[in-house]
Design a binder for this molecule. Structure first.
Ligand code: TYM
Length: 334
């Protein structure tokens, strides 16, 4: 029977502890899509080395990320879950696409500007061409949809521009991917500075909640989150701290913004924070338990790693061959 399901691709960098932002903006949506779509979820370790990483730590974080993918509910039987560095076609397609991407468009990327400010001592060309590798990730699998948080929107736009340019020259080689950005949780902010997004590479750990933080740590971080001086619990641009906590609450409980505002209409900030903290803890506890089980089952993890890379590579190779032919590389002789 013909497989008529659409394809989804997304990825996450193993560049730190997975945060509540990663979970609510991305992972949590991925699990909802696994029955309806053919999904590939990658651990983008090649993207991670665009900033300096400690090798042992990177390896550990990649493995932890894989376990967290599974622990949040991604079933390796239904989804292709794998490490980017295990599928060489990503780098190969990226090279070709580099030749169809302009310096001008890459230098306009917000993430490049931000990261090159933060890592002024290491503005390497991988950081510059990061979006091209990301385009290769997505286009290799002819993905229709890419579920990401709001901060990745610009990367999706350049992916579409590159695909369109390539298709314009060679015919319909790539499927045009669409971003899939959830309504709630698409932009979780730093707890101590709610005008900035929560980021796994943040040095100040009070800004982030890690998926694997202990319950007491989570409660503490939320209690200390920056709010404001009036006592109203409502969404508002003038109330970034409270709005952020309300967004977190809605995302973990599934309640609407109006429901959450009504629930906390006559509540103090202190009691509100306790309620948010407890809701987060309740949501994360089963995930943490599952990670602990997976840690004990290395054989199973190894089988997921092996079969994920094999399945991804088979699909990727088809696109890569087509691209090589289109651009004029000589055919391989069997
Ligand atoms: P990364 O690793 O920074 O983040 C992984 C996912 O988490 C989302 N996210 C957030 N969502 C809500 N609030 C936040 N504070 C927050 N912080 C992060 C991100 O939007 C993302 O969906 N470039 C990508 C990785 C990547 C990729 C890809 C994604 C590489 N290739 C192909 C999709 C398709 C990144 O750095 O994500």
């Amino acid at each position: 029977m013909l497989d008529t399901k659409k394809t989804i691709f997304s990825g996450m960098q193993p560049s730190g502890m997975v945060t509540l932002g990663n979970y609510l903006g991305a992972l949590n949506n991925w699990t909802k899509l696994q029955d309806e779509y053919n999904c590939l979820y990658c651990i983008v370790d090649m993207h991670a080395i665009t900033v300096r990483q400690d090798p042992a730590k990177l390896r550990k974080q990649a493995k932890e990320l894989l376990m967290q993918y599974i622990a949040v509910g991604l079933d390796p039987e239904k989804n292709i879950i794998y490490y980017q560095s295990h599928v060489p076609q990503h780098a190969e397609l990226s090279w070709v696409l580099n030749c169809y991407t302009y310096m001008g468009e890459l230098s306009r990327m917000t993430q490049f500007k931000e990261k090159s400010q933060r890592h002024a001592e290491n503005i390497n060309s991988g950081l510059f061409t990061y979006p091209v590798l990301m385009a290769a990730d997505i286009l290799l699998y002819q993905a229709d949809l890419v579920p990401v948080g709001e901060d990745q929107r610009q990367h999706l736009e350049i992916t579409r521009d590159i695909a369109e340019r390539f298709n314009g020259i060679y015919g319909d080689v790539f499927t045009m991917p669409e971003p899939y950005i959830g309504k709630v949780g698409a932009r979780i902010m730093a707890l101590q500075d709610p005008t900035r997004k929560m980021s796994k590479s943040d040095e100040n750990k009070n800004n982030t909640i890690a998926l694997l933080d202990e319950p007491a740590v989570i409660m503490n971080k939320i209690k200390r989150a920056v709010t404001d001086s009036d006592n109203e619990i409502r969404f508002g641009e003038d109330k970034p701290g409270i709005s952020n906590l309300l967004s977190i609450y809605c995302a973990v409980t599934g309640k609407t913004p109006a429901q959450a505002e009504a629930e906390f209409a006559n509540t103090s900030y202190g009691a509100f924070k306790v309620a948010v903290g407890e809701a987060v803890v309740a949501n994360l506890e089963p995930i943490q338990k599952k990670v602990k089980e997976l840690e004990k089952n290395q054989d199973y993890m190894d089988s997921v790693i092996r079969s994920g890379a094999e399945k991804a590579s088979r699909i990727a190779e088809k696109t890569l061959r087509k691209v090589h032919k289109k651009v004029g590389f000589p055919p391989r002789i069997k």
